[in-house]
Design a protein around this ligand. Structure first.
Ligand code: ADP
Ligand code: MG
Length: 260
């Protein structure tokens, strides 16, 4: 997907996105990072066509996303939002079947394709044994995986995720990132993921897009983007960049540079 000069305004007074130009590589895992309120979720909203830009275009496979029919776009890309709500008494399996809606005509029976897609989605997310569980009975980590299963059941080549690791403890964060990276590497899914933790972006992603003040100010590989200088510019925090044989490149914040 190519983003060309995307401008978006919630209130027609200030622009929350100010001419964002960026490129999402096919088959890559791309992180969007940046301070709170920098426009990450808004950008994802425009990319998924939940929000219509005031100007600029998002082009997917050579065609502006505005020109896609709803079902046609829903077969191309699936989104896991930052906040998700479902009736708690719905089962895991029932919720996963909602991902099949773009592939079915109204009132149609479940097809073999539907069943295969749901089995695959539950298998990928390690939820086969929990298929009969109700949403309200799940742990935070399981619940997050159900939303990914729903998106996977949609069987799209592209998956967008907005801070899927928020509110999870460390084990579930890493488990989820490993799952998403596996979907990317083994199944060839193109992934765009909003991440809060810079070290996670560095470790799991091929590309990083940095948002600041409604603009995409940087794009490149982790090595290109993450330097002490850029982190200071973006977040106002002094960091040291280190390399570890096992962990690879990582950053450690050392302070804001303000006097105590
Ligand atoms: P991020 O995801 O990077 O934290 P957002 O994209 O959510 O940032 O928000 C970007 C800016 O748009 C912020 O200033 C935020 O206050 C504003 N904003 C977000 N959602 C809305 C909305 N529904 N109505 C009005 N302003 C909004
Ligand atoms: Mg956000």
């Amino acid at each position: 997907m190519e983003l060309n000069g995307i401008t978006y305004s919630y209130d027609r007074k200030t622009d929350q996105l100010q001419g964002v130009t960026a490129s999402i590589g096919q088959g890559k895992m791309t992180a969007i990072i940046g301070p709170n309120g920098s426009g990450k979720s808004t950008l994802l909203g425009v990319m998924a066509r939940n929000l219509a830009p005031r100007s600029g275009t998002a082009v997917l496979d050579g065609k502006a996303i505005a020109a896609y029919k709803p079902k046609e776009l829903a077969r191309k890309l699936a989104v896991v939002h930052q906040r998700n709500d479902a009736p708690g008494d719905l089962t895991v399996e029932r919720l996963a079947y909602y991902g099949r809606l773009p592939h079915r005509s109204l009132f149609a029976q479940r097809s073999e394709d539907d069943e295969e897609a749901v089995e695959w989605a539950l298998g990928c997310t390690n939820l086969l044994a929990r298929r009969g569980a109700r949403i309200c009975e799940l742990s935070g980590g399981e619940r997050q995986r159900v939303w990914i299963a729903l998106a996977l059941a949609q069987k799209t080549p592209i998956l967008f995720l907005d801070e899927p690791t928020a509110y999870l403890d460390m084990y579930y964060q890493i488990e989820l990132l490993e799952l998403i990276r596996r979907l990317n590497l083994r199944h060839g899914l193109t992934i765009v993921i909003v991440l809060h933790d810079m070290n996670q972006a560095v470790r799991y992603c091929d590309e990083i897009i940095v948002m600041k003040g409604g603009q995409a100010v940087l794009q490149g590989t982790p090595e290109q983007v993450v330097t002490a200088r850029t982190i200071k510019d973006i977040y106002g925090v002094d960091v040291v960049v280190r390399h570890d044989e096992l962990a690879g490149m990582y950053i450690v914040p050392v302070g804001t540079g303000e006097r105590n």
